[in-house]
Design a protein around this ligand. Structure first.
Ligand SMILES: [Zn+2]
Length: 211
């Protein structure tokens, strides 16, 4: 038998006792009626940024998509396998979520890689290729604050990349139409894992402000 990741079996037993068994009616209802989450979150794979934990949500509350640096690709052709886009399509068109939150975060490894490579990725690197999606964010930040310390550039890039993803969401007609009919709301949020703060992008001031 292969080795088991440490602590997970004990963790599952605790989960069964403290959550599953105590919330039996909730789980039975979710099984019987299916999931009806109202919010879709695009979050990073980063092990420190778990949306259900950060927002203290119950099972069934959030439809979560996680990828490197919480990016949303734009509308593209049908070649290739579009995991993030497929999940967004399911959340929007089948589950009819009312909100999409692009949840960025501080000290993102994906953004760090993008800034470090200067937008010139290593051929064959899936990460570099993926991070090219927000190269425009990096280029803008570097043009605006070329002399700033690297950490500041990275924090700015993490936030700017959220805006690229929000714009990319609007390239899908089935999202744009729902936004225009006010059936769907798009949000750019940023979790500062150092200070435990949540910031929200305000389209009027064009700035991120603490919630
Ligand atoms: Zn990240």
């Amino acid at each position: 038998m292969s080795a088991t990741p440490p602590n997970l079996i004990k963790g599952f037993r605790r989960f069964r006792e403290q959550h599953f068994e105590r919330n039996d009616s909730l789980y039975q209802q979710l099984v019987k009626e299916g999931q009806t989450p109202k919010t879709l979150v695009v979050a990073c794979c980063d092990s420190r940024v778990d949306p259900a934990l950060v927002f203290d949500c119950d099972p069934g509350d959030l439809f979560v998509i996680r990828n490197v640096a919480n990016l949303v690709p734009p509308l593209e052709g049908h070649s290739g396998h579009h995991g993030t886009t497929a999940a967004i399509e399911y959340g929007v068109c089948t589950l009819s979520v009312k909100h999409i939150i692009v949840l960025g975060h501080a000290h993102c490894g994906g953004i760090n890689a993008l800034v470090k490579t200067g937008g010139v990725g290593t051929p064959g690197s899936y990460i570099d290729d993926w991070m090219c999606l927000v190269e425009s964010a990096r280029a803008e930040v570097m043009a605006e604050m070329p002399q700033a310390p690297l950490a500041e550039q990275e924090r700015a890039c993490e936030k700017r990349a959220i805006l690229v993803s929000l714009n990319n969401l609007m390239t899908f007609p089935w999202i744009r139409e729902r936004v225009e009919r006010e059936e769907l709301n798009l949000h750019g949020w940023y979790f500062d894992i150092k200070h435990g703060q949540l910031l929200r992008y305000d389209a009027t001031t064009r700035e991120f402000a603490a919630l």
